[in-house]
Design a protein around this ligand. Structure first.
Ligand SMILES: [Zn+2]
Length: 212
C-alpha cells in the first residue's frame, strides 16, 4: 500500500483545494472536500483506474461542500456531526453566506473524532479540530494530514465567522503541532500550498498570536 495524493485547485473558487487520496495498490480512493471539479475529478479517476468510494469533508463551509449532491449516492459522505446542519443549509453558518445557492445533501456518516476510516489499506484518523467551525476535522494518515481551514502554510483559518471560536482554534492548532512524528508529516490545507508540519509547529503564528 502506498498513499497517492492528487491535488485539485480551483483558483476562481476561493482557491479551494480538493485532494484525491488513493491506495496505489488497490485503486481505492477518497476525495477530501468537494467544492468544485466533479467532472475533472471523475475523469481523472477513470483514467487512473481509481474508485472514489468516500467523500471526507473537513468542514461544512460552502466552498468545501458545494458539489456534495453530485457525489451523493456513488460515494459515502463523511462530516463531523457539529457541521452537518450547516451542510444541510448549503454551507452557510447561521445565515452567513446567504445568497450562495449551493447544492446540499445529507451525510452518510456523522463523525465525532477518533474514528479510523479505511481507504483501501490506508487508514485515516479523524482528529476533531474545532475553531474555524465547530465541526472542523483533520484527517491524519501515514505521512500526511489534511487540515481543511484549520491550519495553512504560515497561517491559520478564520475564527470570526458565526460559530467560530478563537480559543478552540488555538487549542486545535496546538493539538496538531504536538502530533508525534511531525517531522515526517506533510500538511495539505484547504487553501494554498502544502507545507511541513514540523516547520509549522516551530514557526506558524498560531503558536502564539491566538492566546489572550
Ligand atoms: Zn471554511
Amino acid at each position: 500500500m502506498a498513499l497517492e495524493v492528487k491535488t485539485f485547485n480551483f483558483p476562481t473558487f476561493m482557491g479551494v483545494n480538493s485532494y484525491l487520496v488513493s491506495d496505489s495498490e488497490t485503486g481505492e480512493a477518497a476525495l477530501i472536500d468537494c467544492g468544485r471539479g466533479y467532472k475533472k475529478i471523475t475523469e481523472y479517476a477513470a483514467e487512473h483506474g481509481l474508485k472514489i468510494g468516500k467523500i471526507l469533508l473537513t468542514h461544512g463551509h460552502f466552498d468545501h461542500i458545494m458539489e456534495v449532491g453530485k457525489w451523493k449516492g456513488s460515494a459515502a459522505v463523511y462530516i463531523h456531526e457539529n457541521d452537518h446542519e450547516m451542510m444541510l443549509r448549503g454551507g452557510a453558518p447561521d445565515g452567513f453566506f446567504l445568497g450562495s445557492h449551493t447544492v446540499s445533501a445529507s451525510a452518510d456518516v456523522l463523525l465525532k473524532g477518533g474514528e479510523k476510516i479505511k481507504v483501501g489499506d490506508l487508514s485515516f484518523e479523524v482528529i476533531h479540530t474545532p475553531g474555524h467551525s465547530p465541526g472542523s476535522v483533520s484527517y491524519l494518515t501515514d505521512g500526511a494530514i489534511f487540515t481543511g481551514d484549520t491550519l495553512f502554510k504560515g497561517s491559520f483559518g478564520r475564527y470570526d465567522f458565526p460559530l467560530g471560536s478563537k480559543s478552540e482554534l488555538s487549542e486545535s492548532l496546538k493539538k496538531l503541532f504536538a502530533l508525534p512524528g511531525a517531522e515526517n508529516i506533510t500538511v495539505y490545507p484547504g487553501h494554498d500550498e502544502a507545507t511541513e508540519l514540523k516547520y509549522e509547529s516551530l514557526y506558524n503564528p498560531g503558536n502564539y498570536c491566538l492566546d489572550d
